[in-house]
Design a protein around this ligand. Structure first.
Ligand SMILES: CC(C)(COP(=O)(O)OP(=O)(O)OC[C@H]1O[C@@H](n2cnc3c(N)ncnc32)[C@H](O)[C@@H]1OP(=O)(O)O)[C@@H](O)C(=O)NCCC(=O)NCCS
Length: 397
């Protein structure tokens, strides 16, 4: 049977405000965070008949308890989607939501789906990193990986060793800039449109409403310089130049471009290419470098073609390694212009769709930019990159 590949578009994306692990969402279930996102997508896009959703792929790194039970399916049912809409769970650690997007996009491109919802969640308060894991003893006994490969902060220290020009001072300056850019983005109302409010409950304070991220803070280079280096004595990685431990969820709608046009859905971005690669697990933060080279190669583009970057800031050092590799300045205005995970947080499997949602908003503001890129490093040594085209592009750079 002859098939043609269809163009895939990012229609719309939302996220919950991100909480500190065990903070404002201490008494909120992880699956309820996903449900809020799906319901908000349907509310914002009434042109989308719920029965037209062909798949719901939701990522979580720790798939037990309220993040277990095939969360894509359970969240779809809880969100009130028709029972005929299937769903499943995905895991690629930090790139869970990114992988949910690329996986359902593959399905859309080959005609298995017209419309799909993809997203991710991580409640790191309820499910601390590494909960329930049982690494095979062969990993260490046979030196398949270095022991530091299993502690993400240690992999970031290793990266500082590998690139001595990325000093603690540079990492702290990057961390401060992330906080300042996030504060400016909030001030300018850039982040709020895609935040879905969440009712919260505290046994003492009672009911509340989460309307903004909990983690961003006012800081200074002096304060950052004084923080402990928990992953190594006299190390360089601190709570100020790393993403924190967070709770949150994201979701987005993807569709075949012709179906989006038929239904009258907005077209935020057009998928160009994506790439995932493996790297040495003990320096997992370099992952986005080869994954970006791969995605660029597949797209027939060069880094100079990319007008906007949304890079996940797991650690300042890994973003700086990326920027150095591609000859981009630490403060290049094309990069994370609304700040990043060091400020807002990184609820592991949810973050990929946060990057995409923000890029899509930035595309709408920048018809002069044709291509943008979302990229992230991934535990156990991987990188993921997705390149997008701006449907609002009007020519020029
Ligand atoms: C770095 C890390 C260990 C810090 O955890 P933590 O100690 O619980 O972090 P906290 O928020 O309590 O911050 C520690 C201290 O630094 C302070 N601090 C944190 N960020 C700060 C900032 N930007 N400016 C000033 N002070 C800051 C806190 O106030 C706290 O001070 P205190 O000890 O006096 O209370 C943790 O965030 C971490 O593991 N991050 C990496 C997560 C990760 O690996 N993700 C996956 C990526 S692949």
């Amino acid at each position: 049977m002859p098939r043609s590949v269809r163009d895939v578009v990012f229609v719309d994306g939302v996220r919950t405000p991100f909480g500190k692990a065990g903070g404002m969402y201490a008494n909120t279930r992880a699956d309820d965070l996903v449900v809020r996102c799906i319901r908000e997508l349907l509310r914002r896009n009434p042109q989308l008949p719920p029965e037209r959703v062909d798949e719901v792929a939701v990522a979580a790194t720790t798939q037990i308890g309220d993040q277990g039970l095939t969360i894509g399916r359970t969240a779809a049912l809880l969100a009130g989607l028709p029972k005929t809409v299937p769903g499943y769970a995905i895991d690629r650690m930090c790139a869970g939501a990114m992988t949910a997007v690329t996986t359902v996009s593959g399905g859309i491109a080959m005609g298995a789906y017209d419309v799909a919802i993809a997203g991710g969640v991580e409640h790191m308060g309820r499910h601390p990193m590494g909960e329930g894991v049982d690494p095979n003893p062969r990993f260490l006994a046979e030196r398949i990986v270095d022991p530091s490969a299993l502690v993400m902060g240690s992999t970031a220290e290793n990266l500082h060793d590998r690139y001595p020009r990325i000093t603690k001072e540079r990492a702290d300056a990057y961390g401060l800039a992330s906080q300042q850019k996030t504060a400016a983005a909030y001030e300018a109302g850039k982040l709020q449109p895609d935040l879905v409010t969440v009712a919260t409950r505290d046994p003492e304070a009672g009911w509340g409403l989460a309307v903004k991220d909990e983690a961003p803070r006012d800081t200074s280079l002096e304060k950052l310089a004084s923080l402990k280096t928990p992953f190594r004595p006299h190390g360089r990685v601190t709570a100020g130049n790393a993403a924190g431990l967070n709770d949150g969820a994201t979701a987005c709608v993807l569709a075949a471009e012709d179906v989006a046009r038929e239904l009258g859905l907005p077209v935020g971005m057009r998928l160009v290419s994506y790439g995932f690669v493996g790297v040495e697990p003990e320096i997992m933060g370099v992952g986005p470098i080869p994954s970006t080279e791969k995605a660029l190669r597949i797209a027939g583009l060069s880094i100079a073609d990319i007008g906007l970057f949304e890079l996940n800031e797991a650690f300042a050092v890994q973003v700086l390694a990326f920027l150095d590799h591609f000859g981009i300045a630490d403060d290049d205005p094309r990069v994370n212009q609304w700040g990043g995970a060091i400020a807002v947080g990184h609820p592991l499997a949810s973050s990929g769709v946060r990057l995409m949602t923000q890029l899509s908003r930035q595309f709408a503001e920048r018809p002069d930019v044709r291509y943008g890129l979302t990229a992230m490093c991934i535990g156990i040594g991987m990188g993921g990159t997705v390149i997008w085209e701006n449907p609002n592009w009007e020519g020029g750079k």
